[in-house]
Design a protein around this ligand. Sequence first.
Ligand SMILES: [Ca+2]
Length: 337
Amino acid sequence: MKIHVLLAVLAVTSGISRGAPVRLLFDTDITGDVDDVLALAMCHTLADRGACELIGVTVSKVNPLAASFVDAQNTYYGRPDLPVGVTRDPDAQKRESRYLSLAGSPDYPHDLRSNEEAREAVDLIRELLAASPDGSVSIVSVGIASNLANLLKSGGDAHSPLDGPALIRQKVKLLSIMAGAFTFANGTNYHLEANVINGIGYMQTVAGSWPEEIPVIWSGFEIGENLPFPRRSVAQDFSYREKHLVREAYLLHSGPEHDRPCWDESSVLYAVYPDRGYFGLSESGQVSVGDDGFTRFRPPGREGKGSRRDRFLRMTPVQQGRALEAIVQLTVQPPRG
Ligand SMILES: [Ca+2]
């Protein structure tokens, strides 16, 4: 056997492949909490490194400044033309923000002046999926599930004749979603998590209708709660620019004396580096969403029947340290250029 053939075989058998980087679609409720801003910064950093290809950002909650802010952050990170979509679902939660007003600052230029100038989110997602190679897109969902639910309910259109579930089956590789709680969290084993309870019907649609063949990895509340972004890093590590959008947003939301949990960042880290051991995984099973918003995980029955679509993230103390440091370093990395 020639040496290059041997090496190729070794690479395949050891699970190390150098295929095209995953195509990342970031679906966010970037309005209330600030972890969405840090998670979007990570997406850009990872794209700068060639670890992923960032193909678009969609917003699942309603705030008139959402599209402008996302466009400003994309521009800040050197991607002024990255497509931005916003939900136009009248039932999606409207949410105030402490930091989206930064979009009005002359320090952060951008094109999109209003949500009306942005794309409708599901139409954009369908276009991006249809234009992607089969099985190539990882969706990171870090907010309420309005866009995912409406994608699942969508029918064929000019982008693809396939309905939502069929399009997902063909194009999507993974859904990495921050939602729910799966162990003891926030002082209870019955924590009702915000991304679910702020749109219970949407999350029920995702849990109930997401295609069985496409894995869903849930980052429960307990994961981010144990990944506190260090205030010292906020104070020191963004100093390479006098005006830094991420630092300003963080301070407007959380102030200088708070270590904000990295809920949303955990789902980005897993989606891009699923094989790096930053997290452990539960066994396979299925998540259901109750009418009160509680997320219940059920493994298959004794006879092995039942769904194996879903798993949730776990974290040992060693993984906790590794994951947090990776998130911090990916968040504070300077934009390219
Ligand atoms: Ca969020």
